[in-house]
Design a protein around this ligand. Structure first.
Ligand code: GLP
Length: 242
């Protein structure tokens, strides 16, 4: 695992956007796995700026979602599908057809999860997966004690994660879904390159456990230690407990 300490979130975003641009120059139709949350926004902004400046061509890039809420109506502004469309697909000018995601509105959620794992494999697998990290060390929505071999499946959110995410629902905890679909840790580990970005002091404990702690289901992000090509980009605040 490679750990890169940058000064701030903007520098982290720039660094990762350049890694994505490099990948797309080598492989124009790369499948890019994207995470939601506040942390990766500087990555998407820096990449969008590069595209607008003509520094990289993303027209053949494909996007894959990491996770999704279960039960939010299609088109809900806080569904991760809507979020990724708004933050990544539209600013980059990509075709919606180049965007893969699990169906959080499916009646048969288990079948939707299996279909998503199949779709990722049929698309040739994720080339570069961007990850954030929860304050409890979760990646995607793989909460602590998730199997490190898990596949895409339904999960129940912990109270802490629902509280953390309530800010996206006008602070209304009762509006935050209890259930989600997430790529499993085993699924995530199949991406060719994992890039985790963590910024701010609130992530310092989770980062220390991920990088320096034992590989443990209690800290899902520690599974990155098992991956042959994992990069952890942290700002000085998030690195403060390393
Ligand atoms: C959610 C997402 C994760 C994300 C995490 C941290 O739980 N499912 O993919 O990493 O939030 O979000 P933030 O970056 O806003 O702290």
């Amino acid at each position: 695992m490679e750990v890169v300490i940058v000064q701030d979130a903007k520098a982290g975003g720039e660094l990762i956007a350049e890694a994505i641009a490099d990948l797309l120059r080598r492989k124009p139709d790369a499948l890019l796995g994207v995470a939601t949350g506040s942390t990766p926004l500087p990555v998407y902004e820096a990449l969008t700026a590069k595209v607008r400046a003509g520094a990289v061509d993303v027209s053949r890039a494909r996007i894959a979602q990491l996770d999704e809420y279960v039960g939010l109506p299609a088109g809900h502004p806080e569904s991760y599908r809507s979020t990724v469309l708004r933050q990544v697909v539209e600013p980059l000018g990509l075709d919606r057809g180049a965007f893969l995601g699990p169906d959080g509105t499916a009646e048969d959620v288990q079948a939707a999860c299996e279909a998503y794992d199949r779709a990722l494999a049929e698309a040739g697998g994720v080339d570069l997966q961007i990850l954030g990290i929860g304050t409890d060390g979760h990646i995607g929505f793989n909460e602590p004690c998730s199997s490190l071999a898990s596949r895409t499946r339904i999960k129940t959110l912990t109270e802490q994660t629902r509280i953390d995410n309530a800010r996206f629902f006008d602070g209304r905890l009762d509006q935050v879904p209890h259930h989600v679909i997430t790529q499993g840790i085993g699924t995530i580990l199949e991406a060719r390159h994992l890039v985790l970005l963590a910024t701010g002091e609130g992530k310092a404990d989770a980062v220390a456990a991920t990088v320096e702690g034992p590989v443990a289901a209690l800290v899902p992000a520690s599974a990155l230690q098992l991956h042959p090509h994992a990069t952890v980009v942290v700002d000085e605040a998030a690195a403060s407990k390393l």
